[in-house]
Design a protein around this ligand. Structure first.
Ligand SMILES: Cc1cc2nc3c(=O)[nH]c(=O)nc-3n(C[C@H](O)[C@H](O)[C@H](O)COP(=O)(O)OP(=O)(O)OC[C@H]3O[C@@H](n4cnc5c(N)ncnc54)[C@H](O)[C@@H]3O)c2cc1C
Length: 390
């Protein structure tokens, strides 16, 4: 790379937030350098479900809007370049009449903001998804416009897309931890571990749950916490086909869109198995293109100073067994053998995201929580406009 090259924007971290900040700046005509500390990004953005679900966010809220903008953008890019987006919708399966009442109320709330969904009876659900356990389901709410991603490939394809689409404006360095960022001579100036220095009008730090390399003193007082999620994937299914994102009764008790419904109050917490409450378990399914089914997830939390106590080197099999027990109540798969299990981690903040600007030029953006695949592309669009005053 030419060290004297001038940039308008430096982006640190090639996860969902970093990639989409780079994308929107490039669309606005800016020259962008993106730096990633690892060979390939391997954090939350590649370890997640890939469920793009604006339906999980409060109807009419700014985050629901970001999700809608992002969904349209994913579809638009997919038409131009294969980033692995599939438009198979999202299906929320109710397991009780009280959960069904929440789905009905949510449908009304989404109608009011012109967000389409279909309410299905039990018979309609079983007709479309015959693999759902009949004694589990009461009915479902389906969002046909929602999409799913393949997290393990999405971000790498997005990088290829940006390099192809913006050859004059976009530069990328991997294996390149940034170890210092400061404003010098009215420019954002960063230094990499291999002692290269880059300058630009602005620098956006999208460093996910990495809090030790840059501005640890800012993060220490940020109120950010880290969540660890256990995930599993089955061997490829021979016959079972699960289209789209599948979310279930425990999700109805967890996602924020449902909490905005009056009928949510009628859900009895005592109906949730104690071990699911203890480990923040709700059951989601998503089939990969190779036919394997991702099953998850659980949630264990720690303040950022203690995130290493969440254990990065093993997953508690007891938690996986609880998830499998619950998953089998919901779904009939032809192969329940688990081929892979892994942990994903994300940072979250009570204000939905954590943004902190230093001397007008260095912008820390992290803590988007469990909605980053759904909303990053939408959030980044307005954040780039704000940073560059467009
Ligand atoms: C198991 C799991 C399931 C999930 N499922 C979904 C889902 O279905 N739908 C949804 O919407 N969201 C989901 N999420 C949430 C979503 O994955 C995250 O919100 C999102 O990926 C966060 O993106 P990010 O860019 O902030 O962070 P990250 O993906 O963590 O990216 C940060 C990047 O910055 C790099 N970096 C850090 N410090 C430096 C440095 N100093 N120099 C250079 N590079 C650096 C890191 O290496 C990393 O690649 C899930 C998350 C998990 C963990």
């Amino acid at each position: 790379m030419n060290m004297t090259q001038e940039f308008d924007l430096l982006v640190i971290g090639a996860g969902a937030l970093g990639i989409f900040h780079a994308y929107h700046a490039l669309k606005a005509g800016k020259k962008v350098l993106l730096l990633e500390k690892d060979k390939r990004a391997q954090e939350a953005t590649v370890r997640n479900f890939g469920q793009i679900v604006p339906s999980g966010l409060i109807p009419g809220s700014e985050w629901h809007e970001y999700g809608r903008i992002a969904t349209e953008l994913y579809k638009e890019i997919q038409e131009d370049f294969n980033i692995g987006i599939r438009n198979n919708g999202s299906c929320y399966i109710a397991s009780t009449t009280t959960e069904m009442a929440v789905l009905e109320e949510l449908q009304d709330k989404f109608k009011a903001v012109d967000y389409h969904s279909e309410l299905w009876t039990k018979a309609q659900l079983l007709d479309k998804y015959p693999m759902v356990q009949a004694d589990y389901a009461t009915g479902a709410l389906y969002f046909p416009q929602e999409v799913s991603a393949e997290p393990e490939i999405l971000i790498h394809r997005m990088l290829e897309f940006l390099l192809l689409k913006f050859p004059q404006q976009f530069s990328y360095r991997n294996n390149c931890p940034v170890v210092d960022a400061a404003t010098r001579s009215e420019q954002a100036t960063i230094t990499t571990a291999d002692k290269q220095v880059y300058k630009a009008a602005h620098c956006i730090i999208c460093s996910g749950r990495e809090f030790k390399l840059l501005f640890p003193e800012v993060f220490a007082g940020s109120g950010l916490i880290v969540s660890k999620l256990n995930m599993m994937a089955t061997c490829p299914q021979q016959h079972t086909v699960l289209p789209g994102n599948i979310l279930t009764g425990l999700t109805i008790r967890r996602y924020e869109s449902f909490t905005a419904c009056d009928s949510y109050q009628a859900l009895d917490p005592a109906e949730v198995p104690q071990d699911c409450s203890d480990y923040g378990i709700h059951i989601l399914f998503k089939q990969r293109v190779d036919g394997s089914v991702i099953i998850g997830d659980s949630h264990q939390y720690a303040p950022i100073a203690d995130q290493d106590d969440l254990s990065v080197f093993y997953n508690d099999m007891h938690i996986n067994e609880i998830m499998l027990r619950e998953a089998k109540k919901i779904m009939q798969l032809d192969n329940w053998n688990i081929a892979q299990n892994w942990a994903g981690f994300y940072a979250q903040h009570e204000e939905e995201i954590s943004c902190h600007t230093i001397e007008d030029r260095i912008h820390i953006v992290t803590g988007i929580g469990g909605k980053g695949m759904t909303t990053s592309a939408g959030f980044a669009a307005q954040n780039i406009r704000k940073i560059f005053n467009h």
